[in-house]
Design a protein around this ligand. Structure first.
Ligand SMILES: [Zn+2]
Length: 481
């Protein structure tokens, strides 16, 4: 009798499940994601583990190789059976020593500095010339030949509205083209820490030495230069070598449209001088925790999901390029419907759809349902496109890309020695894990998706419309003419 009653209850619940409207299905899944993350999230443990076990993990180094192994084991421990590495080769820059001395009343005094990556070994001295933001128009009327340019890496207060900032590597290429002998780059983030980052477009050693100094030192130096000219000495000693690194991929096969893929990715590497907590253990911990909860909740979406931990993003997006090449080789590129990038993802309050306006309606509508599960969700959508992370190589292929919208604290810094785990709380990571997992589920399971892959002509127009053509022409990466 009891067995019979259970049988009827079973049939009734089956009927209820099959009658469930898509909206209530999503709300149910979102609520289960919210609950799961509240009780079981591992994101904060993963972030702490990556920073304490491996610390700085420059792609191609021993610690980076160990972090590849560790994350593949984590994916397997969640129940993924399709976990694989994608090896690739590139030129790794190896930091040696760097020193900067600036004359003060005739005496050269050392100033704490960090070399920008792909700086050569050199020993130079010259007069310092302040070139403001270091954009091409800042050089007009200045002769910097044989001199050391002082470049602000951001946009200085008072810069006219509408002026677009350029990448570190672009600013270095302007200095080189103007005949500068060296470069002192000012960290745009206030504080006492110099910053690193790649000064090269293509992983080749650049022509002049470039070191960075902290915002505070830089602003002080700019003031001093107004009243007296100063000389500087830069001494750098670096090498490079060919190395191999590996992306780590965990694949969840779609149950209805297995040939269509949503890629969710984060770069696992960091700079050699940084624990890389915000940049980018935060993104890695998020992607791993999202992968974990999909298995924990037994979510089986229609499309395939590739959870990808890219390597060598910092040194030049080599891992994401390698992922694209492998997808092209396997005829999977056309099936990639979205790329969802997680680079420095904490305290998520919405999504940046990067000017793929076709996606607005779906995201807005689903955001309203997500608010039913997480009432703190702001459901903000933004549109700004930049090329400074792994999503860029997907943009070049016409694949719709987007990222979470994140709120940073004043203590959050990147590419410095200060990017440690203490500044990141579990709540900051969990907001990203929850909301990103919900949106990932929607994209992986929706019957149809609003955005399609652009043709090369559409990519060209998109890059022009988003003011990215100039940067790509300067870097030699403009291929759309
Ligand atoms: Zn990053």
């Amino acid at each position: 009798m009891i067995a019979k009653r259970f049988f009827y209850l079973f049939i009734l619940s089956l009927a209820l499940i099959s009658c469930e409207s898509p909206r209530s299905h999503y709300v149910r899944v979102f609520k289960s994601i919210d609950l799961e993350v509240n009780h079981n999230s591992q994101a904060h443990n993963i972030l702490n583990g990556i920073c304490s076990h491996f610390g700085p993990r420059l792609a191609g180094c021993e610690k980076a190789i160990q972090s590849e192994e560790y994350s593949s084991l984590l994916f397997r421990s969640y129940g993924y059976d399709q976990v694989f590495f994608q090896p690739f080769s590139f030129t790794q820059w190896i930091r040696g020593s760097a020193s900067l001395e600036i004359d003060s009343a005739g005496v050269f005094r050392p100033v704490p500095c960090l070399a920008l990556a792909y700086t050569p070994s050199a020993r130079i001295n010259g007069r310092i010339v302040d070139v403001g933001n270091g954009l091409i128009e800042d050089y007009s009327g200045l002769n910097v030949s044989g001199k050391i340019v002082l470049v602000y890496l951001g946009l200085l207060p008072g810069t006219p509205a509408g002026v677009k900032n350029m990448s570190r590597a672009c600013k270095l290429s302007f200095a080189i083209a103007q005949g500068a002998a060296g470069c002192i780059a000012i960290n745009q983030e206030p504080g006492d820490l110099p910053v690193t980052g790649s000064a090269s477009f293509d992983g080749q050693i650049i022509k002049i030495p470039a070191v960075s100094i902290s915002y505070n030192r830089g602003m002080q130096l700019k003031e001093q230069l107004k009243t007296r000219s100063r000389m500087a000495r830069i001494t750098t000693n670096h090498t490079s070598r060919p190395v191999t690194a590996r992306n780590v991929v965990a694949r969840l096969k779609g149950n209805r449209f297995p040939d269509e893929t949503i890629v969710i990715g984060a770069h696992l590497d960091s700079w050699d001088i940084s624990p890389g907590a915000l940049d980018n253990a935060s993104g890695v911990a998020s992607v791993l925790d999202i992968a974990r909860l999909f298995k924990s909740l037994n979510l089986q979406p229609a499309r395939t999901i590739d959870f990808v931990l890219f390597m060598a993003e910092e040194q030049g997006h080599y891992g994401s390029e390698s992922y694209i090449e492998e997808a092209r080789h396997q005829n999977r590129l056309d099936g990639i419907r979205y790329m969802f990038n997680h680079d420095m993802t904490v305290s998520t309050y919405g999504f940046n759809l990067m000017c793929r306006y076709e996606s607005d309606e779906l995201f807005q509508e689903m955001g309203l349902l997500m608010q039913k599960a997480d009432t703190s969700y702001a459901n903000s959508l933004a549109h700004f496109t930049y090329l400074g992370s792994d999503h860029a190589v997907f943009i070049f292929e016409g694949i719709p890309t987007f990222t979470p919208l994140n709120r940073y604290e004043p203590t959050h810094t990147y590419h410095t020695t200060g990017d440690g785990p203490d500044h990141i709380t579990s709540g900051m990571l969990e907001s990203n894990v929850k909301l990103s997992a919900m949106m990932l589920y929607v994209l992986a399971d929706a019957e149809t998706l609003p955005a399609n892959r652009f043709t090369p002509e559409q990519v060209r127009q998109y890059l022009i419309d988003n003011n990215l053509q100039e940067e790509l022409v300067i870097s030699g990466a403009w291929i759309w003419d």
